[in-house]
Design a protein around this ligand. Structure first.
Ligand code: NAI
Length: 382
């Protein structure tokens, strides 16, 4: 159980690129990083609008002279300081991730980057080599995967409590883009522009969360084949998709079905996972994160609750709130940030969302695009 005691010798000097006043995801980063005093926010280039970014930075406690006009200015000034920033989070639109990450690593600064990490596996391989050469960490904020019930599911699968895995059923859908993009926010505009979003819209935006979480629960399974059928119900979004179905075959013969959509009209937030084995199943909904449905064939269904003694040891290790109180998304982000800090300090946990995890997401997207462009054909996973 985590109680906020500092787990590092000292806090890391942390900065942000993006994630400013108008950014959707910025506060989640601060929620995660600042929770246990593991990171100290010392600088930022928080906004593409420099003046707004400076004003914002000062209002979240950063000294005016360390609120920079651009990430390039941040790197130049911070690397010249004896107490310069050690790790920077990149919470900007997708098309900027690669260039900003590359510049930060080249300057000797660890990076925590948003997903989808980059546009291609080739870019990922280049950045992985650079990080290796520099001895630096790249973490990726798959923010849901720090929840203790995810660790509980992984432990149950690893211990054979479900039996051999046969079926994986995943969904991440909402209806917030059921209408067209007239007057859409800046955050939506770049998401439907291939030059700024990359080769996908919802597959990268929300599907990569499903892909990485399933990888944590099923680390022993490899995808062998994949079929992706995608479409844009709002035509202006083509060639990107606002809806997709992905079927997958794993190397043990298991089958997966995955549905992502932002045109699931009326749906507020459906993110759910069901892992079915030969003798039992587990099911987790991100909107009810405290609960895990555990169903053993022939027995009454059970709802396991976070923080309870009957959970596996792995399901307790990163619990923060205790059973009486809701354990939510902010707690999950705090664990992700803690794990990345431990990796930076040279003491990485057995698993955390690292460069390989980010690359795996980009690889999955490349395979989805290849299948979709072949008319929704089965493709061998490459
Ligand atoms: P957004 O459009 O709401 O915010 C982007 C922010 O970046 C804004 O503050 C903007 O001013 C700033 N910005 C843009 N270019 C910049 C530059 N060159 N230098 C400094 N600041 C710059 O986008 P949103 O929704 O926050 O998404 C950002 C990233 O986070 C995306 O990659 C997205 O996929 C990811 N994301 C991840 C989530 C998660 O759960 N891990 C949730 C939401 C978004």
């Amino acid at each position: 159980m985590i109680n906020g005691e500092l787990q590092l010798a000292r806090p890391l000097r942390w900065g942000m690129v993006g994630g400013g006043r108008t950014g959707q995801v910025g506060y989640k980063h601060r929620t995660g990083a600042l929770r246990d005093g593991t990171y100290h926010l010392v600088c930022g280039a928080f906004d593409v609008d420099a003046a707004r970014g400076r004003d914002f930075g000062m209002r979240v406690g950063v000294a005016e002279e360390r609120c920079y006009d651009s990430y390039q200015a941040l790197i130049a000034a911070e690397t010249a300081r004896a107490d310069g920033v050690e790790v920077v989070s990149v919470a900007t639109p997708n098309f900027t991730h690669y260039e900003i990450t590359k510049a930060l690593l080249s300057a000797g600064i660890h990076v925590i980057c948003e997903k989808p990490l980059f546009f291609s596996v080739a870019e990922c391989d280049e950045i992985a080599a650079l990080a290796r050469e520099k001895g630096l960490i790249v973490g990726v904020t798959y923010g849901y995967t720090g929840h203790p019930m995810v660790a509980q599911m992984a432990a149950m699968v690893a211990k054979g409590m479900l039996g051999e895995i046969r079926i994986v059923d995943m969904q991440y859908t909402h209806g917030f883009n059921a209408g067209d993009d007239t007057g859409a926010s800046e955050a939506q505009q770049w998401r439907v522009d291939p030059a700024r979003s990359g080769g996908t819209f919802v597959l990268g935006d929300i599907g990569t969360h499903l892909q990485y979480l399933s990888e944590i629960v099923l680390p022993h399974l490899k995808i062998e084949k994949l079929l992706c059928d995608r479409t844009a119900f709002i035509p202006s979004r083509a060639p990107l998709e606002d809806h997709a179905t992905v079927l997958m075959h794993y190397d043990n013969g298991a089958r997966a079905r995955l549905w992502v959509s932002s045109v699931d009209a009326g749906q507020m937030d459906a993110q759910r996972y069901r892992f079915v084995g030969a003798k039992a199943s587990v099911e987790w909904h991100a909107a009810r994160p405290d609960e895990l449905l555990y169903e053993v064939q022939g027995e009454p269904s059970r709802i396991l609750h976070h923080g309870m003694p009957y959970l596996e040891e792995e399901g307790h290790e990163y619990d923060r709130m205790g059973a009486l109180h809701t354990e939510g998304l902010g707690d999950s982000w705090a664990n992700i940030y803690l794990w990345i800090a431990q990796a930076i300090a040279g003491n990485p946990p057995a698993r955390y969302p690292d460069m390989a995890a980010g690359t795996s997401g980009v690889r999955w997207l490349e395979n989805c695009i290849r299948s979709a462009e072949a008319g929704g054909a089965w493709v061998d996973y490459a």
